[in-house]
Design a protein around this ligand. Structure first.
Ligand SMILES: Cc1cc2nc3c(=O)[nH]c(=O)nc-3n(C[C@H](O)[C@H](O)[C@H](O)COP(=O)(O)OP(=O)(O)OC[C@H]3O[C@@H](n4cnc5c(N)ncnc54)[C@H](O)[C@@H]3O)c2cc1C
Length: 295
C-alpha cells in the first residue's frame, strides 16, 4: 500500500492555505494529522493532486475559555490535547472522556478534532458530544470566515458543507448551565474501535424538572442526528426510571441504522435504547445502570 504521488504545500498562514486550496480548485485536500486522510489515499479511495498541510500555521490548537464566547477549541487540537485540557476537564469533562475513548495513544497524538469533524464519518466520536453541547464551527475561506452550528455541518457519509477552499479553524461551545453531559460508545473492541453506536446527552435540570435536553445519536444514520422526540419527552418532567425507559425507546425509534458486519439494524437500535438511558444517567449524575443491575 503506497501513497499515490501528490504535490505538497506547507503554507505559513491560513490566508495562504486558503489561497492554495482555491487555486487548486477541488484537486487538493487539507492535511492535519493524516490519520484518516493518508489511509484513505493508501487504500486508493481518493487520490488528490495536492495536499495542503496545516503544520506550519501557527496557533489553531489552543483550547481556551473566552468570556462571553465560551470554550474555543482550535481545529488542530489533538485528541490527547482534549484529554489533557484543564479547561475542558473543568467545564466539559465529557469531551475529554470522549477523546480518551478514541483510537489508541499514538493516533490520539496525531488525530485532530478538526479532522474528526471534517472527515464526516457517521461513526466519528466527537461530533455527537459537540452537537449535544450546541457547538458551532468556524471556517475560514479566501473571502473571510463564517460560523455555523455543527448540527448544520453534516450532509451525509463523508460529506459536509465545507467548501474545498475553506479550512475549519475553531469549534466554539457556548456558555450553558448544563447540569451535565456524557457520551457512551459501543465498539467491538475495548479500545481503538470505531463506534457501532454512540449516544451523547446534555441536560439542564432546574429544581427537579428538565429545562433543556439534547440527545444526539452517532453511527446509526448517515450523519449524527438529534433525537428530538426523546428530548421532548424529557422537557418539563422529573426524571424517573419509567421516563428514562420511555426516552430510550423514543430514541431507538428515531434512528435509521444499517445492518453491516459490525452489527445488525435491530442490535444497533436496541443499543441506542440502552445507551440513551446510560448517557442521560451519567449526565444527570445518577448511579450507573450496571451498578444498579438494571438493563
Ligand atoms: C487506528 C485508527 C483508529 C481510529 N479510531 C477512531 C475512533 O475511535 N474514533 C473516531 O472518531 N475516529 C477514529 N479514527 C479516525 C481518525 O483518527 C479521526 O477521525 C481523526 O480525528 C482525524 O483527524 P486528522 O487530524 O488525522 O485528520 P486528517 O486525516 O488529516 O483529515 C481528515 C479529513 O479532514 C480534512 N481536514 C482535516 N482538518 C481540516 C481542517 N482544519 N479544515 C478543513 N479540512 C480538514 C482532511 O482534508 C480530510 O478530508 C481512527 C483512525 C485510525 C487510523
Amino acid at each position: 500500500m503506497y501513497l499515490p504521488d501528490f504535490d505538497y504545500y506547507a503554507p505559513a498562514t491560513l490566508k495562504e492555505a486558503c489561497f492554495n486550496l482555491a487555486r487548486l480548485d477541488g484537486d487538493a485536500k487539507v492535511l492535519a494529522g493524516g490519520t484518516d486522510l493518508l489511509p484513505h489515499m493508501k487504500n486508493e479511495v481518493i487520490a488528490p493532486k495536492a495536499l495542503v498541510s496545516l503544520k506550519e500555521i501557527q496557533g489553531m490548537q489552543e483550547i481556551t475559555y473566552v468570556p462571553g464566547r465560551g470554550v474555543v477549541i482550535g481545529a488542530k487540537a489533538t485528541h490527547n490535547a482534549l484529554v489533557r485540557s484543564q479547561v475542558l476537564r473543568d467545564r466539559y469533562p465529557s469531551i475529554s472522556e470522549t477523546a480518551h475513548s478514541m483510537a489508541n495513544y499514538q493516533i490520539r497524538n496525531r488525530g485532530t478534532i478538526g479532522g474528526n469533524i471534517v472527515s464526516a464519518v457517521p461513526s466519528a466520536d466527537l461530533p455527537p458530544i459537540l452537537m449535544a453541547l450546541d457547538a458551532s464551527v468556524v471556517m475560514a475561506g479566501p473571502h473571510g470566515t463564517r460560523t455555523i452550528p455543527l448540527e448544520q455541518f453534516f450532509v451525509g457519509p463523508r460529506c459536509s458543507v465545507i467548501a474545498c477552499d475553506e479550512i475549519l479553524t475553531d469549534i466554539v461551545i457556548p456558555d450553558q448551565a448544563a447540569t451535565g453531559s456524557a457520551y457512551f460508545k459501543f465498539g467491538l473492541r475495548r479500545s481503538g474501535a470505531l463506534a457501532v453506536v454512540g449516544v451523547a446527552a446534555s441536560i439542564v435540570v432546574n429544581e427537579t424538572r428538565v429545562a433543556q435536553a439534547h440527545v444526539v445519536l452517532g453511527a446509526v444514520a448517515p450523519t449524527p442526528v438529534r433525537a428530538f422526540k426523546a428530548e421532548q419527552l424529557l422537557i418539563g418532567n422529573s426524571v424517573t426510571e419509567a421516563l428514562l425507559e420511555e426516552v430510550g425507546r423514543a430514541a431507538a425509534d428515531e434512528c435509521k441504522p444499517i445492518s453491516d458486519i459490525r452489527g445488525s439494524e435491530e442490535y444497533r437500535r436496541d443499543m441506542v435504547r440502552v445507551f440513551t438511558k446510560r448517557a442521560l444517567r451519567k449526565a444527570l449524575h445518577l448511579p450507573g445502570e450496571q451498578k444498579r443491575g438494571v438493563k
